[in-house]
Design a protein around this ligand. Sequence first.
Ligand SMILES: O=C(O)CCC(=O)C(=O)O
Length: 317
Amino acid sequence: MAKTPPFSDADSMRLQMALRQTGFQPGRPAAPARPQPVKAKATPAEELLALKRREWLLDVMERQRALSAYASGLLTAENLSGDEFLDNFYAPGRPVLIKGAMAGWPALDRWTPDYLAERIGDAEVEFQGGRKSAADYEIRKDRHRRRAPFRTFIDMVRDGGNDAYLTAYNSARNAPALAPLHDDLGHLDAYLTRAPGMVWIGGAATFTQLHFDLTNNLLAQVTGTKQVILVPPSQTGRLAHHRHVFSDVVDLTDPARLAQFPKARDVPRYEVRLTPGDLLFIPIGWWHQVRSESFSTMLTYTGFRWPNAGHESYPAD
Ligand SMILES: O=C(O)CCC(=O)C(=O)O
């Protein structure tokens, strides 16, 4: 049987012409590339142009993603295996809402304010307090650390408000006091190691301002509902990002803030309502803000089965 050559003569001619334009000579070793002169330091104008080009690139990529509702939408999944989660969401850095994976966790039925107060009793806990009195309560977190018996804390939050909130930021101090709650939790072995999650407990109207995290996070909503807004990292240039991981826009639902930061008005976003038993995967670098609609308990897990790196090399101040 005659062998079909992989290329026709015309193909081969075109390839050779293209290679010649790059300086390639068949049969001769390629000449070493002449090193480009390196400039000692870019001028501020060059730095600005480079930054604008980076933002242009991110914008173009985001617009391309928006061509497909599937590629750009927030997917909801059920019965998602570990491999499917890794391939479609964890490795690509794409958020996903996972339903049903917490089915059967006793906490879903038990974690009311009364149950929690009974179970933890008067053990002292740390929480974030005095938030009403300072708009920058997230940025200056340390100033807002407070301590109280858990029962007192629950009485502070059961009627709602943003003044007191037990957050992931307090979790190291609260681990011993909240340990009895572990009996009420299941495991998410498809996605996570058995490292404990960080607990959030607060009333209706707690608000966590627009920020991104330096880890991939899995939010596990136990009690109540929360509104989460997610914005892709590509939109960072529109979000007045000057302080650590925070956006000066603070709240994408506040018309006054949007009037001050008009570039933030039209950023592509996902709006998710977390209900009990929902898992929300928020990849590293994705902007998010969270407002609770009712008394709410939630855990944030960062102990994934795969490396969760990035924070070690974050260019802090
Ligand atoms: O639930 C909240 O108030 C904030 C949660 C959050 O930002 C996170 O877990 O990364």
